[in-house]
Design a protein around this ligand. Structure first.
Ligand SMILES: C[S@@+](CC[C@H](N)C(=O)[O-])C[C@H]1O[C@@H](n2cnc3c(N)ncnc32)[C@H](O)[C@@H]1O
Length: 224
């Protein structure tokens, strides 16, 4: 069952509820999930059987599944999105997995600017192609809030590029300039590492990578 944070339906939610199938099919064709899995596997994310992971703006679950494909097995993973139809596709795809690698994933519907989780309750947040719909500062601040100190955010924004501009038009979002991403993320996070998708992979034509670590402000993690 998809938990619902009782929000009013916004135009973005309506849009993704309408296009969820097509969007999922398009991304399936271009190796997106495999690229995400390969990149995540290359990182030392320190995820173990006690870890809590959030895919913030998980859409149809390609990043969620890429993360699990990479071999990570957290205690719990939340696939979180505004679009109920996208979450349904995500859940249906997860259930098809015969190895039951996805049993620990729950779907929650809501707004990334009002995450229904306690401060410091996650070890890792993944967020790909979502903060383009909201204020960057508010989105990053909210993700920092629910991460424990030292927790990581794998932030994969749309980058200014030809393909990015086409997507911006089609998917009705606003690309954040890279300099803004750098400046604003450093209010809450330390930028660790310098990562890029290989140019041979289609995901690199539209997405940048920021690996961010939450600054330690002295607050301890609370259990969910
Ligand atoms: C371009 S899709 C990316 C989905 C997924 N992260 C991926 O990479 O395949 C953008 C997603 O962000 C979600 N979204 C947009 N604004 C949101 C918000 N304020 N809160 C939660 N999800 C949001 C949409 O419903 C959509 O599923």
């Amino acid at each position: 069952m998809i938990r619902n944070a009782a929000i009013q339906k916004s135009s973005t939610q309506n849009f993704y509820d309408r296009i969820a199938d097509v969007h999922h099919f398009t991304l399936k064709l271009n190796g997106y999930r495999a690229s995400v899995a390969k990149f995540l596997r290359s990182l030392n994310l320190e995820i173990g059987p006690d870890s809590y992971v959030l895919d913030a703006g998980s859409g149809t679950g390609l990043v969620t599944r890429g993360f699990l494909d990479a071999g990570f097995r957290p205690k719990q993973m939340i696939a979180f999105d505004l679009s109920r139809n996208s979450l349904s596709i995500s859940r249906d795809q997860l259930r098809k997995d015969k190895k039951k690698r996805y049993e620990k994933v729950s779907e929650v519907q809501g707004n990334v600017l009002e995450l229904p989780f306690q401060d410091g309750s996650f070890d890792l947040v993944l967020s790909c192609g979502v903060l383009e719909y909201v204020s960057l500062d508010e989105g990053l601040r909210e993700m920092a809030r629910i991460l424990r100190p030292g927790g990581k955010l794998v932030f994969i924004p749309v980058k200014p590029s030809l393909v990015g501009s086409v997507l911006e038009f089609l998917y009705k979002f606003k690309i954040h300039p890279v300099e803004n991403v750098r400046q604003i993320s450093q209010r809450y996070f330390t930028i660790v590492g310098d990562h890029k998708f290989p140019l041979s992979e289609p995901i690199s034509w539209s997405k940048a990578i920021f690996l961010l670590e939450k600054k330690d402000t002295g607050k301890k993690r609370k259990d969910n």
